[in-house]
Design a protein around this ligand. Structure first.
Ligand code: ZN
Length: 72
């Protein structure tokens, strides 16, 4: 599966983006909030395997579990 991701320029950590101002893990919310329009163009759809933020990966698993439980 592919998700919208953003590579943090300073830390090189790839996060999952949930909307224009935040990523899946709350930790870097503030830096996302300060993103400029140009930064938003850096959001790319990438395979789940390329996401290297542990927190985002964990949250992603939770979301997927929720989706499965809603279906069943
Ligand atoms: Zn993250």
């Amino acid at each position: 599966m592919h998700y919208p991701t953003y590579e943090h320029p300073a830390t090189k950590v790839i996060h999952v983006v949930t909307d224009q101002t935040s990523c899946l893990c709350g930790e870097v919310y503030n830096s996302f909030y300060q993103l400029t329009r140009r930064d938003l163009r850096n959001i790319k759809f990438k395979d789940v395997g390329t996401i290297n933020c542990t927190e985002c990966r964990n949250k992603l698993k939770e979301v997927q579990r929720d989706l499965v439980s809603v279906k069943s």
